[in-house]
Design a protein around this ligand. Structure first.
Ligand SMILES: CC(C)(COP(=O)(O)OP(=O)(O)OC[C@H]1O[C@@H](n2cnc3c(N)ncnc32)[C@H](O)[C@@H]1OP(=O)(O)O)[C@@H](O)C(=O)NCCC(=O)NCCS
Length: 422
């Protein structure tokens, strides 16, 4: 076994609200920027890269294997195999776990993992009625038969189908399923408030900037984006309290302020075996100590996977929540973060759901999402895991921390957790 897996470097694009500055770019455009800049900044010899794995949740029908197209367009030798995976919002966490597994198996020594999402350019499909007519017309012989193929098309068939955030199994969207578990609106807003203020501080003192590659916006190249576009340094508890609920408009507490926004962006990390990183003279940001994936019944609670995955990853690392110097918990919604923390801190949850005698531990809020997280920075589904992992590695290095924890909730009731060490 080649020892530990080193997190050597990370790089991402700025994150922008979908439909705004990156609206004319695809996920592939953004992924190429992140991977190319990662290679340039880390000065890794591309010939050493043995694999590229990327996450994407809403793939393009033109380039469904985002990773391969990214590799071919981003300075990688043509012989580097690449594949794309989908574990919903934890897709690039899974990409990192896949590359780490390949390193631990000794299959590769160096790999890139990441992910990208453009919610500005999701595939919009014809309805089934229109698709049937188009298929029949393409097979019809003669103009008359082609025209006849369209006679059964009804007005409703002209309505296109867009990708749904709704769960296929329950029909509910994440926002509708973000049960508050008794979490007050004020607590949800407080999480959003801290996310924006921590992110604004990290942006202003350069901590976020060091991870970001500028994007020169094609096709006109009239703008260069160098900073995240969604952080609101001026948000206040009063302003957040005024926002109306969005999903359940009557009884809900999820608002545009305490939910992660629909976002475009890409992120990537460079991983190596410890041995190879040392022989090349790198000082890794951190090492991967353990990881775990878990799932709950989405009809019970869609966003509680982290409360199961976190204790699994901690047990595998032989560590406790109290050992974690920093905690990065992806913020799908303020309610989801608070609900998972509530579960980790609950003896009853530990007994009923985890088969443990007592709670997993207390979450020290001063160690949580210290550079902000997805509510403020944004959440391009496929890229978030790589953003969080890179960001935690940088912050652990800056603070000389020993251990850091990552958790991400994902569609289908899944949760991912990883422990980093230095
Ligand atoms: C919640 C959601 C529907 C809101 O979308 P939206 O309406 O486009 O949101 P906006 O950014 O336009 O915000 C709406 C309003 O709230 C205001 N607002 C948002 N955040 C705010 C903040 N922190 N402070 C003050 N005002 C805020 C905006 O300024 C805007 O005000 P306006 O209408 O006067 O311009 C959308 O972001 C969403 O679907 N998020 C969830 C995504 C999801 O499910 N992800 C999967 C989870 S893993």
């Amino acid at each position: 076994m080649p020892g530990r897996v080193a997190l050597v470097a990370s790089c991402r694009t700025p994150f922008a609200k979908s439909g705004e500055v990156f609206k004319d770019l695809t996920a592939l455009d953004l992924a190429k920027v992140a991977v190319r800049e990662l290679i340039e900044r880390s000065e890794v010899d591309p010939k050493l890269i043995g694999t590229l794995v990327m996450g994407q949740v809403v793939p393009s029908i033109k380039a469904p294997n985002l990773a391969r197209e990214t590799g071919l367009g981003a300075l990688l030798p043509k012989g580097v195999p690449a594949y794309t995976i989908n574990r919903a919002c934890a897709s690039s966490n899974q990409a990192i776990a896949d590359v780490a597994s390949a390193i631990l198996l000794g299959h590769v020594e160096v790999g890139i993992a990441g992910g990208a999402e453009s919610l500005s350019s999701v595939p919009i499909l014809h309805s089934k009625g229109m698709t049937n007519a188009l298929m029949a017309a393409s097979k019809a012989k003669g103009v008359g038969a082609q025209i006849a193929a369209f006679t059964r098309v009804r007005p409703k068939d002209f309505i296109p189908e867009t990708p749904a955030i709704a769960e296929p199994s329950t029909g509910l969207s994440m926002g509708q399923s973000a049960k508050d578990n008794g979490i007050s609106r004020a607590e949800q807003d407080e999480i959003a408030f801290r996310s924006h203020h921590n992110a604004a501080k990290a942006r202003d003192d350069g901590r976020l900037g060091r991870e970001i590659a500028p994007v020169h916006v094609a096709p006109k190249y009239g703008a260069t984006v160098i900073t995240d576009g969604l952080i609101r340094a001026d948000t206040s508890m009063e302003a957040l309290a005024k926002l109306k609920p969005v999903f359940d408009r009557r009884f809900g507490s999820v608002t545009a302020g305490n939910a992660s926004p629909l976002t475009d962006g890409a992120a990537a990390v460079l991983l190596m075996s410890e041995e190879r990183a040392k022989s090349l003279g790198y000082t890794p940001l951190a090492y991967i100590k353990s990881w775990a994936v878990a799932a709950v019944d989405p009809a019970w609670q869609l966003l509680m996977g982290p409360a199961l995955a976190i204790p699994m990853a901690l047990d595998r690392a032989g560590l406790t929540l109290g050992d974690m110097d920093l905690i990065e918990m992806h913020e799908a919604f303020g309610a989801q973060v608070a609900s998972n923390i509530q579960a980790l801190e609950s003896d009853a949850f530990a007994k009923e759901r985890l088969g443990r005698t007592s709670r997993v531990g207390m979450v020290d809020r001063s160690r949580l999402n210290v550079c902000g997280s997805s509510i403020a920075i944004g959440h391009p589904f496929g890229a978030t895991g790589a953003r969080i992992t890179g960001s935690l590695g940088h912050e652990m290095t800056r603070r000389n921390s020993k251990f850091g924890l990552i958790s991400v909730c994902a569609q289908g009731g899944m949760g991912f957790a990883m422990v980093l060490e230095r």
